[in-house]
Design a protein around this ligand. Structure first.
Ligand SMILES: NC(=O)c1ccc[n+]([C@@H]2O[C@H](COP(=O)([O-])OP(=O)(O)OC[C@H]3O[C@@H](n4cnc5c(N)ncnc54)[C@H](O)[C@@H]3O)[C@@H](O)[C@H]2O)c1
Length: 362
């Protein structure tokens, strides 16, 4: 991974030329991206598509996008003057939108998870390759300062062989009450594919992207499909259409021998939310949330912590990185291949839960 981050930061974009970006899907996350494009500069938001006319109106009025459509195929056919498409739809539309954009010769920036499953994800990666366009996956936690700090120690061998990784994305009560996050047919799954994917990608990128070979897992639905009177941050989710898991736990084996457990939930009965990774190596270990690291030095067990981690913002890094990959040919630090591999692990977690046994990952 490229650790040169000097160029990252608001207002630091020295645009050699302007990148023309179009959106497919203009809801919550697209708004966030649009605000960041404006803040970072070097980008013109030229077109956008949403099936909701009110989203198109909003993007016209708030973000100045003049050319809006309700059908992305029509947009890609009619509006040619765009360099990259930012895919921000629900998961089920990522593959058709990204493939259509690649076929139209546009670079693709795709929000997480890459797709509903690995088959779709692979088709997206293939479409980008076939059409010689760049594909950047929209994971951001791999770009946090603490991710770089721990990744560097792993890469330099300070922890020795990585034995075990514990990745957790657990909310005490956090079923999204917007969008379609509870609908398996539109999202592919629940907390595992929605928030587990973030911590899984981060852990996977930190330990050097080894090849996953098997998974054993289970999923549980016990809460989200019922009405609840318990007060919580996001009440009144649509329990009637809720068909995803509330919790998924899995164990993944890599070809390096490393074991990784992943725990993910919208509804875990625990004191407070956990979003964390612990790494256990032969010679050292780390806790991602605090960036504490543990080694033996001489005759002592030592606790280490970076005195200065860097102070960039992961979202600005993520967006700047994508802009520079598309516009300036910067090395892609979050390629389609990583999205496919993460998706294979997600698929295996769901497949193992369904089968009730360990499954192999092709
Ligand atoms: N990186 C992150 O941390 C992060 C955070 C939130 C969401 N996301 C991802 O972003 C995606 C969207 O999430 P969101 O929270 O913005 O959801 P959202 O429901 O707010 O927005 C999705 C938008 O897509 C539109 N849409 C649906 N089908 C479409 C189609 N066929 N063509 C065009 N537009 C279509 C919807 O009308 C809606 O406006 C999801 O894949 C989600 O996982 C990522």
């Amino acid at each position: 991974m490229d650790t040169k981050i000097e160029a990252i930061g608001a207002g630091k974009q020295k645009a050699s030329k302007i990148l023309r970006v179009g959106f497919i899907g203009m809801g919550g996350i697209a708004n966030h991206h649009a605000n960041l494009y404006k803040k970072l500069g070097g980008v013109e938001m030229v077109c956008g598509c949403d099936i909701r006319p009110e989203a198109n109106e909003h993007f016209k009025n708030v973000h100045g996008i003049q050319h809006t459509y309700t059908d992305f195929k029509k947009m890609l056919k009619e509006f040619k003057d765009v360099d990259a498409i930012d895919v921000c739809t629900p998961n089920g539309v990522h593959a058709p939108a990204a493939i259509a954009a690649a076929e139209a010769g546009k670079h693709v920036f795709c929000e997480k998870p890459m797709a509903m499953n690995a088959k779709e994800a692979q088709a997206m990666a293939d479409a980008a390759k076939r059409n010689k366009v760049q594909f950047v996956m929209g994971f951001q936690h791999r770009f946090e300062p603490r991710s770089f700090a721990i990744r560097e120690q792993v890469e330099s061998g300070k922890f020795g062989k990585i034995l075990y990784v514990r990745a957790q994305a657990l909310r005490r009560r956090g079923i999204p009450n917007w969008g379609v996050f509870g609908r398996k047919e539109l999202q592919g799954g629940g907390p595992m594919i929605d928030i587990g994917v973030h911590i899984l990608d981060t852990a996977y990128s930190i330990i050097g992207r080894p090849r996953p070979i098997t998974a054993t897992a289970n999923t549980f639905t016990y809460f989200g499909n019922k009405k609840s009177k318990v007060k919580s941050q996001w009440p009144n989710w649509d329990y009637k259409t809720y068909t995803v898991e509330d919790m998924a736990v899995g164990m993944i084996r890599f070809d390096t021998g490393t074991m990784l457990t992943i725990e993910s939930s919208f509804v875990a009965h625990l004191e407070q939310d956990v979003f964390n990774i612990q790494i256990f190596g032969e010679k050292g270990g780390a806790i991602w949330s605090t960036s504490d690291m543990y080694f033996d030095m001489g005759t002592y067990m030592m606790n280490a912590k970076p005195a200065f981690l860097g102070n960039w913002n992961m979202w600005e890094y993520k967006m700047t990185h994508a802009i520079e990959v598309f516009r300036d040919g910067r090395k892609n630090e979050c390629p389609a291949e990583d999205g496919v591999n993460v998706q294979k692990m997600l698929d295996a977690v769901y497949a193992s839960a369904q089968a009730g046994r360990e499954v192999t990952i092709a």
